[in-house]
Design a protein around this ligand. Structure first.
Ligand code: BES
Ligand code: MN
Ligand code: MN
Length: 451
């Protein structure tokens, strides 16, 4: 048994302690849990043997920083992760409570197990293992762990913009993505951006009896439906003027690589997605629709009567939460302006409709031709015993664009999640062999870079 294998039990115990903290960033009543999770991470970094382990407190949830800079002349890697998690609801669909980690079939089930506590813990334990075994690292490392990724990561961006010297590094390493398939080591080289906001529609100045006023009064919920269907057609094309102008299609080489990925569309459709038919722009292949095309989704519509039974009301107001995913070279500010203009144009008479931003993040594309990504592909290949594949992902990690913009460094996204990990959904899990192999792969990565 190697050092890492000898420590599986203690890694698991530590991870469970981390997962028991309900650090949900979008709900303000969990502020104390956010603080506990930040403290936990700080203590773990310190116990790992890192120096300067500290909370960076200011506006927003604390950032956690630590460093080990004892390898002059060697590269410096900036490790990033997030300790905040998504809300666990709907609660009654969890087979075990979301903040009581449960191990079943070699998986650990809990909110945050894959996204991103488990994967953040991988980074810490990899560095700890090297420091405990050798008393030193073959490269320099900095850690910057945030607690607001799931709500847009606004404050870490401001921090990165203001502290380029302190965060100076040659590359960032992020474990917050997925492997394309079980056992298949994967590096993610592209993420979509996002604009997220609320569409607020107002009609009459008070709720109205739908029999007495129906036929004369405008209905804000119908107006939401009309506006949404004007923004996207039945085939999934976004109807906002100019919206696709900046979209850069994937290269022929990238398309060809995606076509070679081992993939069973029927299995994906029926089991992973659980749907009878896939949708989206029919002329665009699936991976391109998911990774290289923008989308528009509605997440919730609030308004009117949603209690038991019937109530005949024309509501005065309705709100739809919606987001659009963006791809290179779209930019969030321009996308918001285009959306707002299209909302105004689609707004039916008798109501007002306003789109209000909650958060934005730009898309990112990483050029994989650098030693930091090559070393990651090699490390994962050695640990998993298979050639590493390069994919993109449809999700968003706001800091990736900021690392590029303010620090001028590429992000190496070596992810250890699996497609069926149920991120943001009930029964989120992390496959334990991936957790343990992730630790070894990151350690191997550090050794390869330092050689
Ligand atoms: N780790 C995810 C993003 C992700 C998931 C990347 C799967 C690759 C594969 C991240 O925590 C996340 O969920 N981000 C949010 C963005 C945010 C601005 C709300 C997302 O994508 O919805
Ligand atoms: Mn994440
Ligand atoms: Mn997430």
């Amino acid at each position: 048994m190697n050092y890492y294998e000898q420590h599986h039990d203690s890694y698991l115990e530590g991870l469970k302690t981390f997962l028991r903290i309900p650090s949900i960033s979008t709900l303000s009543e969990h502020k104390p849990d956010i603080q506990r999770a930040a403290d936990f991470v700080r203590r773990e970094l310190e116990k790992a043997g890192l120096e300067q382990a500290q909370l960076i407190e200011g506006a927003g949830n604390p950032l956690v920083y630590a460093e080990w800079l004892g390898a002059p002349g060697k590269p410096t890697v900036l490790f990033y992760g997030h300790y905040d998690v998504q809300p666990p609801d709907p609660l009654d669909e969890w087979k075990s409570p979301p903040f009581e980690p449960d191990i079943r079939d070699n998986n650990i089930y809990a909110r945050g197990s894959a996204d991103d506590k488990g994967q953040t813990y991988i980074l810490i334990k990899a560095v700890e293992g090297l420091l405990k075994q050798h008393g030193r690292l073959p490269i320099n490392v900095k850690f910057l762990i945030e607690g607001e990724e799931e709500v847009g990561g606004e404050h870490i961006e401001a921090y990165v913009a203001s502290k380029p010297a302190r965060l100076k590094a040659d590359a960032a390493v992020i474990c917050d993505t997925e492997m394309f398939a079980p056992e298949l080591p994967t590096i993610c080289v592209g993420l979509r951006g996002i604009i997220y906001g609320e569409l607020v529609v107002e009609g009459a100045n008070h709720d109205l009896h739908s029999g007495v006023y129906g036929g004369a009064a405008p209905n804000p919920l119908m107006a939401i439906a009309e506006i949404l269907t004007a923004l996207k057609d039945r085939e999934g094309h976004i109807k906002i003027p100019g919206f696709y102008d900046r979209v850069v299609p994937p290269s022929a080489k990238e398309r060809a690589a995606w076509a070679r990925l081992p993939f069973d569309e029927r299995e994906y459709r029926e089991n992973e997605v659980g749907v009878k038919e896939l949708v989206g722009e029919p002329e665009i292949p699936l991976f391109e629709r998911l990774w290289a095309r923008p989308t528009l989704e509605v997440h919730g519509i609030r308004g009117g009567f949603i209690g038991e039974g019937a109530k005949t009301v024309i509501p005065a107001r309705g709100v739809a939460k919606l987001s659009m995913r963006l791809v290179a070279d779209q930019n969030p500010d321009e996308a918001v302006a285009q959306l707002q203009k299209a909302v105004a144009a689609a707004c039916p008479k008798g109501v007002t409709a306003v789109y209000k931003t909650i958060h934005n993040a730009p898309p990112s594309l990483v050029n994989p031709d650098n030693r930091f990504i090559h070393a990651a592909a090699e490390a994962m290949k050695q640990v998993f015993g298979k050639e590493t594949v390069y994919i993109r992902s449809g999700g968003s990690i706001p800091i990736v664009a900021a690392f590029d913009k303010y620090l001028g460094i590429p992000s190496v996204m070596m992810g250890f999640g699996l497609p069926d990990d149920n991120l943001h959904a009930p029964n989120e899990k992390l496959h334990l062999p991936n957790f343990f192999r992730g630790i070894e792969a990151v350690a191997r990565y550090i050794e390869i870079l330092g050689a």
